[in-house]
Every structure is written in structure tokens, then in C-alpha cells.
Design a protein. Sequence first.
Length: 398
Amino acid sequence: MKCLVYLSYHYPPDLSAGSFRNAALSEALAERLDDFGEPFELHVFCTQPNRYAQFSDRAPKEELRGNIQVHRLEVPQHGNRFFRQVISFLTYRRQVFAATQSMKPDLVFASSSKLFTAHLAYRLARRCGVPYYLDIRDLFADNLGEMIRIPVLNRLMRLVVRHFFEQPCLRHAAHININSPGFKEAIPPGFAGGMSFFPNGIDREFNDWHRDSAEPGQKWTVCYAGNIGEAQGLHKIVPDLARLLGDTHRFLIIGGGSARKKLERRLHQLSVKNVELLPPVGRSELMHYYRHSDCLFLHLNDYPALGKVLPSKLFEYGAGNLPIVAGVSGCARTFALEEIRTNVCVFNPCDVEAAAGCLCGLSRRLEPRPWFLKKYGREQIAKEMAASIHQVMRNGHG
């Protein structure tokens, strides 16, 4: 009997891009294995919902989802705080090692927005003597450099993390998937495994969503929904932008994260009244807010490392027919202009005047993007990636 150990720190009902991506991918993988008519075990090791303190639906510790055995491990709530995340992950790591002690997998797979999920796959695969497949959704060493502002400590920490953790687990993988073209440069020289590019894609719940009609003459409702952390840098753009636009625009910010209090403080300092903050919501409720908005807003902080990422929000927003305003650079900027193409305005991160220019220059027209839906449907991407994982599982290489 074939056995695959699947590591994903977040998994439904947790709210995150990684959670939704891995639900679709694990289902596609189970279907792929089932089609080949060979007995198999697919074990997903994730955590109880913990990303947002405001949204923490409980789920069964053990759950059979079709052919997928889901093991949800208890970890401390971290609220997206760096050191609390480290403690939570170490708790997850210890439990994964204990739970897999008697397993004999044929492959270890890890979907990693956090470096240490990838490193856990590396250590677990070495212990079991099997290949491992990495789905890289972020570059930890680069992001660490943005968080530590003391230059000497910054360089030291990046060197240690890259040399002792990042490079070994990347170098020895049987296959690496990157979900942004910007991550390609992180692949170590001489890497002999397989490599692929399967991006986030459009989740089925967001497939071809749309607003039926615009309402001319009304105050603009500008909506952002997602994480409110340092990477998004909303505290650097939204308060000043909202104050500048005054009575013509209303901002709706939905989510939670480590920088939410910074956003709240800045709004209070500027006495901004046209920004409404809501806690994280489920996707059905989120669709309600999207359909009652006039424009969707996205922003990444002005950190060089963030020029390499491809935010999942671009896929979610691009699936609809509303105007999009995005403060992004690098890969995300290129993707927005070349792939989403219509009814999208891009400005440099943290540039309040440019953001205001985008918002004031938009029309209320609603434009569907059928080419985008066809190219980036998550189900098709998940099927193709599942085939890639299955090949490594059968052959031991990518």
C-alpha cells in the first residue's frame, strides 16, 4: 500500500491562502491516486484553526475526508506574532514527528509559506529514507531580513537561516514547485531535482463571481479583505489615503493580523472616519461584501523581498468583474498588468498620491475577465500539480 505524508500547517476550516490551496490540492491528489487503482493512504498533518484569534472554528482532531485522513494538531494561538509563531510551529513539528513514528511513507509532501514546514519535510524524509516534494509559497530568509532592522543581526540571521535551514532543504528535494516566478532565484545552484510553476489559482468559491450592476453617484466603497500584517503594510497607506479622499470614498477593511493595531492607531491619530474595520469572515460572507463594493484594494509593503511574491488576492480579485487597485511591485505588478489586464490600476507601494490617482481615475464599469478564469482555475492547476506529485511518488524523482 502506498503512503503519502502531506504537511500543511493551515488547512480548512482555517482561513488562509495556504488552507484553501491545500484543500483543493489534497483532494486532487487523492482522486489521482484513486484513478490508478492502487491502495493508498494520504495523511494530512495540519493544525487546529489558529491563524486569527477572531476566527477560530473548531474542527475534529481526526477527520476522514473521502480518501484523506486529516490529523489536526493542537498548537498555541499565535496571532501572527513572530516569536509566538515559532513556538506554535515547534509544537506542530514535535507532534508530527511523534504521529509519524510508525509510518512508512513513500513520499513526504510539504506546502510551505513558512520555511520550517519545508525543513520539517526534509528532516522527516531523511528519517524515513524517502524523497520529498516541496511547494514553496514564500522565502523565509528574505522576509526575515525585512523584519530585523539591526543591520549586523539582520545579516547574521539571514546567513544562519539560509545556510543551515533553507539551502539544505531545497538542495535535497526530489522536486520543488514555486508559486511565483520570483522564487526561482532561491533554488540552489546545481539543484538536480525537478522544478515546476503552479501558482495559487482561483478557488472554486470565487470562480466567476460578479457584481450585477454599478450604482452611479454613490460614494465609492473600496474593499480589502485578508491578512493585516507587516507584509501588507496597510497602516502605511490606508489612513492617509482615506483622509486624502475624504467624503468621496469609504474603505472597508476585513481581516486580522499582527499589524491591525498599528492600523487602528494610525486611523485614530489622523481622526479618520471613512474606514470601517471588520474581523475575518468566512468566504460566503466575504462574497457578500465583494458584491456590495465598487473597487477591490490590494497593497504590499515597500520591502524588496515582497517584489518576488504573487499574492493569492490577485487571483481572487481577478476572478470577478470589479475594478482593482493594487499597490504592488515586481512579479505582482507584472502579473496584474499582463494577466488581469483590464480594469486594474497599479501604483508603487506606500505611494499615497499615486493610490489616490488610481482611485479617482477609475470608472464604475464592470468588466468580466473570461481569459483569466480559463487560465487560472484552481481545479485544473491542482490536477496538474497532483500528477506531478504522483510522478515523484512513483519514480522517486521529479
